[in-house]
Design a protein around this ligand. Structure first.
Ligand SMILES: *[C@@H]1O[C@H](CO)[C@@H](O)[C@H](O)[C@H]1NC(C)=O
Ligand SMILES: *[C@@H]1O[C@H](CO)[C@@H](O)[C@H](O)[C@H]1NC(C)=O
Ligand SMILES: *[C@@H]1O[C@H](CO)[C@@H](O)[C@H](O)[C@H]1NC(C)=O
Length: 498
């Protein structure tokens, strides 16, 4: 396999595996249960801390008859809990991650639009929300838990990689997913909340207190029960209206609860109907606000745990959108930040788009946001994105890092992408450590009938001499082409380069 463009260093294997998993299981609810505080909207009675209601989640059946966006619903076991997801379409997987205080329904327009345009769209109720499980302890809401849930979803759908679109807290989850597991993210679209680098010295809540003061929603949401109690003075419909139609900054004056400070709009805008709000209302009435508020309560723990990622950049391709009238855009230096150099240096492959709208732009301005997402999905190919080390020489053929990803536009890769997209066969990518010479052992726990070996040119290690692979029941087989070869192995697989 001598080819001057291939130099031994990183080897990436793509195995094409004959397990067919077409379509998703529809109907038949797994027997999960949700756990939450009972009471009025968001109310956790502090005298009864720990009071739990358990219920079988089934109310989304409401939308199963092709109403709304015609999505199907499923509950999926992941990371020790059950997540409820809305799902539609076939094609490359796109995860749509909602924010606070929403559920999958925030994406109703995009679910339909992206499914029509050839994508397999999955919009979960994140942990703590809607019909997903809601662990009681706020320490179960660190970003590591949330990202772990998402990895489990990708695994469930047999996908190594997905596009990720996040809004608000969903964007935070998308950022962190891209940070921890760039190998699982093809590209990230982020709405409304930019990535501010972690402070090495100051806890998140302290930093927020310093900038926005005690009245910041983040600060008010810290104490368990406080916000729940304040919200409970209103019916859930009103609470939802206050948040979904927010035009103020989420910073209350001294001695005032945020929810009292937020205005209640007397009339609804064209983009949000009474019926839409009722969908949210129903879910929050059932499951309360404690789960969603727990995200805020875990922020400092997340900050502590994120120390190992201090200074890390986001290496996946990224489009960031924010509403020009988002209260968060004009405050705290966000506008300058997202359009400035620092943001770009943290996220090298970044495109920033300012769209018309406030905070919930995917609902307020669905056409614009949907088509921006689609254009991103179309130009960010199904590739082995992010498998390139950032340090790689930019003039090399296969990677154009640090800001670009593999452009695997060769017919071979397109075919594999197509197989993956149509879920004819799941495609598994595996990256193994860099070695100049000597064998690399790797095992595929499934029965592959196709293996793709990409030898990535890192650091000019020298020419490839040969690449051989070995099945458990075969001898070593010389790879004869520089990007793949069919052969039969009876079981596990072992790879080697010299
Ligand atoms: C990860 O999540 C935390 C919030 O829990 C956030 O502060 C941080 O900015 C996120 N990381 C990235 C890279 O966005
Ligand atoms: C995406 O949003 C999250 C928070 O919602 C933020 O931490 C992250 O920085 C955003 N990414 C970009 C590129 O703006
Ligand atoms: C990158 O590779 C090219 C061609 O192999 C070489 O001429 C150039 O010096 C390399 N640059 C760096 C920074 O290594």
């Amino acid at each position: 396999m001598a080819n001057s463009q291939f130099v031994p260093a990183c080897i990436m294997f793509i195995a094409n595996i004959v397990i067919v998993n077409i379509g998703a299981a529809i109907g038949g609810w797994p027997n999960g249960h949700a756990t939450f505080y009972g009471g009025a909207c968001g109310y956790a009675d502090t005298n009864k801390q720990g009071y739990r209601v358990e219920t079988t989640a089934q109310s989304s059946a409401l939308f199963n008859n092709g109403q709304t966006c015609g999505a199907c619903f499923e509950r999926i076991q992941t990371n020790g809990i059950w997540l409820h997801v809305a799902e539609k379409g076939t094609g490359p997987l796109v995860l749509l991650l909602h924010g606070f205080p929403e559920i999958w329904y925030a994406w109703r327009h995009q679910i339909e639009y992206l499914a029509e345009n050839g994508y397999h769209v999955v919009a979960p109720d994140l942990r703590g929300y809607g019909d997903s499980d809601a662990p009681l302890n706020h320490n179960s809401y660190t970003i590591f838990h949330i990202v772990g849930d998402l990895i489990g979803l990708l695994d469930h759908f047999g996908q190594q990689q997905a596009y990720v679109v996040g809004h608000d807290w969903g964007a935070v989850a998308g950022w962190n997913l891209s940070l921890f597991r760039p190998d699982r993210v093809i590209g990230l679209v982020n709405l409304s909340v930019p990535y501010f680098p972690r402070s090495p010295t100051t806890k998140t809540t302290e930093a927020i207190r310093q900038i926005f003061g005690e009245g910041s929603h983040v600060i008010q949401f810290q104490e368990p029960g406080r916000a729940e109690k304040a919200f409970a003075r209103y019916d859930c419909m009103t609470v939802m209206k206050k948040f979904l139609l927010v035009t103020n900054n989420l910073i209350a004056p001294p001695d005032m609860e945020l929810i009292d400070y937020l205005e209640t709009q007397s009339s609804l805008p064209a983009w949000l109907t009474e019926e839409d709000i009722r969908v949210f209302d129903k879910k929050f009435e059932e499951s309360g606000f404690t789960g969603p508020l727990n995200y805020y309560r875990a922020m400092d723990l997340t900050w502590e745990l994120l120390a190992p990622w201090q200074g890390s950049k986001i290496m996946v391709p990224m489009k960031f959108m924010i509403g020009d009238n988002d209260p968060g855009f004009k405050s705290g230096g966000t506008s300058e930040f997202v359009q400035g150099d620092e943001f770009r240096s943290l996220v090298p492959d970044l495109e920033v788009v300012i769209v018309g709208g406030h905070h919930f732009i995917q609902q307020e301005n669905p056409q614009e946001v949907s088509s921006q997402i689609l254009s991103f999905l179309r130009t960010t190919k199904v590739t082995a994105t992010n498998l390139c080390p950032p340090s790689k020489n930019a003039s090399a053929n296969w990677c154009n890092p640090p800001s670009k990803h593999f452009d695997l536009s060769q017919p071979m890769f397109l075919k594999i992408a197509k197989f993956a997209a149509a879920r004819i066969v799941p495609i598994h990518f595996q990256r193994v450590p860099c070695f100049k010479r000597g064998g690399i052992k790797f095992y595929l726990g499934v029965r592959p009938n196709f293996l793709l070996v990409l030898v990535d040119n890192v650091g000019g290690a020298g020419e490839v001499v040969d690449v051989k692979v070995k099945g458990l029941s075969t001898g070593w087989i010389q790879m004869t082409r520089n990007w793949g070869q069919n052969w039969q192995t009876g079981g596990g697989l072992e790879g080697k380069n010299h």
